[in-house]
Design a protein around this ligand. Structure first.
Ligand SMILES: [Zn+2]
Length: 244
């Protein structure tokens, strides 16, 4: 008796707190409408917590999708409510017939060099005896060698839907999409544009193309690879928060 009364009180208190914070409980119709909405225009006195709760997303997600470095937002500001795919070269990514059963993992790497692009790494990998050239499926550039910061370059292994050469393990090479970010993230930081492109690409591959089935990993998380790739400054935690 005492306990059920206490539970009731707690429930009531939660409701009171929610409405005191100006957050109305959403009906199922509201929730599905929110799911379809792509952006929100900030109103006076709204903060990220209120907006995140309203659309069933997290504050962290809102910050990532909108490139916000702090919690400060202004009335009239347009906030994206999902990952933006505008940086993706979709026509190229969608060109091959995707072997959806083959890809079980998406593995992120750094190039461990300060510059480069798909063409330069392709030549380097061929010189090292890789007959299929560029070992990765995708390269995300950092503004060096004439490839724009955040540009996503699609490798021929993706276009041919063939295995990568980006890890030691034959099993993982066979079933994992390799994405390389140009840079040495032991020493430097992933640029804002590179991070936005990476989130966009992983989201598209994992959630749209592979229906959520692929697992996101960074190279050093594989057993027996003995590597620090993609470097200590790579935002692995952030990516895992988004993609599991
Ligand atoms: Zn690696």
């Amino acid at each position: 008796m005492e306990e059920s009364r206490r539970n009731f009180m707690i429930q009531c208190a939660t409701r009171v707190t929610l409405s005191a914070g100006g957050v109305a409980l959403l009906s199922s119709a509201d929730i599905s409408a929110a799911g379809l909405q792509r952006y929100h225009v900030v109103r006076k006195n709204e903060n990220l917590t209120v907006i995140a709760r309203r659309y069933g997303v997290t504050v962290n997600n809102l910050k990532l999708w909108n490139g916000l470095a702090s919690d400060v937002i202004m009335p009239g500001q347009k906030l994206h409510l999902r990952v933006q795919h505008s940086s993706l070269p979709l026509a190229t990514i969608n060109r091959p017939k995707i072997n959806t059963a083959k890809w079980k993992n998406i593995i992120a790497h750094h190039s461990a060099t300060y510059n480069g692009n798909a063409k330069i790494f392709d030549a380097a990998h061929r010189r090292r005896g890789m007959e299929n050239g560029l070992a990765y499926h995708f390269v995300i550039c950092n503004g060096t060698n004439g490839s724009a910061d955040g540009k996503i370059e699609v490798g021929s292994r993706w276009l041919r839907q063939i295995k990568g050469g980006h890890v030691k393990s034959a099993v993982y090479n066979n079933n994992s999409i390799g994405i390389c970010l140009v840079g040495n993230f032991e020493k430097k930081w992933v640029s804002k544009n590179q991070q936005a492109s990476l989130i966009s690409l992983v989201d598209y591959l994992k959630n749209t193309m592979l229906k959520g089935r692929a697992k996101f990993l960074v190279h050093r998380e594989l057993k027996n690879e003995q590597t620090i790739c993609p470097g200590k400054n790579f935002p692995a935690k952030t990516l895992h928060k988004l993609f599991g």
